[in-house]
Design a binder for this molecule. Structure first.
Ligand SMILES: [Zn+2]
Length: 219
């Protein structure tokens, strides 16, 4: 199992990166992507700290990769922020999507997809046009286990199926009880309307991302 959306004390999580990774391992994860929130002002610091966490994970039994979730970045700044995150060494760049309960600027989902982010996290009420463009650009969409963010999972699952978008299933964990075992993750996916084969495909998508990261030179 791989979790691509874990938050730590580097942003608004409750656990330091090493404990978050260890909790994910205890729940059954072999690899994690730490995906702390950042805006344009905090991006550099966030990536720098997570890079150190990833280096130290060599001494543990869980592989840690460096991600960042661009959060509440104005849509007009997203393209530059995605590029800057990659330059700094973020191995996965996500954008905090227009989740139903968060006052995210309208247009964030579309700007995230057009900016070439790797993942549009919890996109909320996504449109057909956005889903089609995500498929064309290879942007992953997220089925979230997190309260609030999960409210649009059914829509995201059905649009992903219709338009051929790759899905990831992520905890969005912020604290110890958020690290859920594989059986819960699978049940949540089936509950969102995915078939068993579609669930298996989400796991393959996560493995493919990790393989890409292992193959790519670090910035
Ligand atoms: Zn958060």
């Amino acid at each position: 199992m791989i979790d691509c959306n874990i938050h730590t004390t580097v942003s608004d999580g409750r656990l330091v990166p090493a404990e978050a990774a260890a909790r994910a391992r205890a729940a059954g994860c072999r690899a994690v992507i730490l995906l702390d929130h950042a805006d344009t002002a905090t991006l550099e610091h966030t990536v720098e700290v997570l890079r150190k966490s990833a280096e130290d994970s060599i001494y543990t039994d869980v592989d840690v990769f460096v991600g960042v979730e661009l959060t509440f970045v104005p849509p007009a700044l997203l393209s530059g922020a995605v590029a800057r995150a990659r330059e700094l060494g973020a191995q996965l760049v996500a954008v905090h999507g227009e989740s139903i309960l968060a006052p995210v600027a309208q247009g964030t989902n579309l700007a995230a997809i057009e900016s070439g982010a790797d993942l549009l996290a919890h996109p909320g009420i996504l449109s057909h046009e956005e889903a089609a463009l995500a498929a064309e650009r290879g942007v992953h969409l997220e089925i979230s286990l997190r309260a609030g963010h999960c409210l649009a999972n059914g829509l995201v699952a059905s649009l992903a199926r219709e338009h051929g978008v790759k899905l990831l299933i992520n905890s969005g964990a912020h604290e110890a009880p958020d690290f859920l075992p594989a059986n819960v993750r699978r049940a949540a996916a089936l509950g969102a309307g995915l078939s068993k084969d579609e669930y298996d495909a989400t796991q393959a998508n996560a493995r493919a991302l990790i393989m890409q990261m292992l193959a790519a030179p670090r910035g």
